[in-house]
Design a protein around this ligand. Structure first.
Ligand SMILES: O=P(O)(O)OC[C@@H](O)[C@H]1O[C@@H](OP(=O)(O)O)[C@@H](O)[C@@H](O)[C@@H]1O
Ligand SMILES: [Mg+2]
Ligand SMILES: [Zn+2]
Length: 175
């Protein structure tokens, strides 16, 4: 199967150092919804793996998080596409969970969901943790310059990392 896995904040929607705490703060990056729709219509399964420590920190509820993902699904559906499996880590950095990136637990959960292999699968993110999670399971680290991507790039990325301006550029590459 053609599987593409995306980080959420800074890739699909704008990120904030103050976290994305409400549906109103969840604003798609221009071209991202269209990119997901075009990719899914071209036969790609587009899954999402996102750290959401704001849950553990009490900044927003699971209902609010789900409302963001319902909004994403609706926007992509309006373009004739669909969003695949969305996995999130609600834990804080000190909880020692297996799912918080840079650990690969969410990528493994997506692979299990689809009974798919992760070798060479592109995982698109804007942070170093995204890239490291990909490497941990043999997926391909892909960096976008949106969100924290420019900052991540300045600090240095793994040599096998593919670099794109944004998710729209990735869709143009893959379709
Ligand atoms: O990029 P993804 O994984 O979709 O989500 C990132 C968010 O969960 C938040 O992750 C936080 O990191 P800490 O969780 O506090 O280390 C901060 O970087 C926030 O700016 C950011 O909004
Ligand atoms: Mg991110
Ligand atoms: Zn977790």
């Amino acid at each position: 199967m053609k599987l593409l896995i995306l980080d959420r904040d800074g890739v699909i929607n704008y990120d904030s150092d103050a976290y994305i705490k409400s549906l109103e703060e969840w604003v798609p990056i221009p071209g991202s919804v269209e990119a997901i729709a075009q990719l899914s219509k071209a036969g790609w399964t587009v899954a999402v793996a996102t750290n959401q420590s704001g849950i553990a920190r009490g900044y927003y509820s699971l209902d609010t998080l789900e409302a963001m993902h319902t909004r994403l699904r609706a926007l992509v559906a309006e373009q004739g596409g669909e969003v695949g499996h969305i996995v999130y880590c609600p834990h804080g950095p000190d909880e020692g969970c297996a799912c918080r990136k840079p650990k690969p637990g969410m990528l493994l959960a997506i692979a299990e969901h689809y009974q798919a292999a992760l070798g060479g699968v592109w995982f698109v993110g804007d942070s170093q943790g995204d890239l490291q999670a990909a490497l941990a399971v043999g997926a391909r680290p892909v960096l976008v310059k949106t969100g924290k991507g420019e900052r991540t790039l300045e600090k240095g990325v793994p040599e096998t990392t593919l670099i794109f301006d944004d998710l729209a550029a990735i869709a143009r590459e893959l379709i």
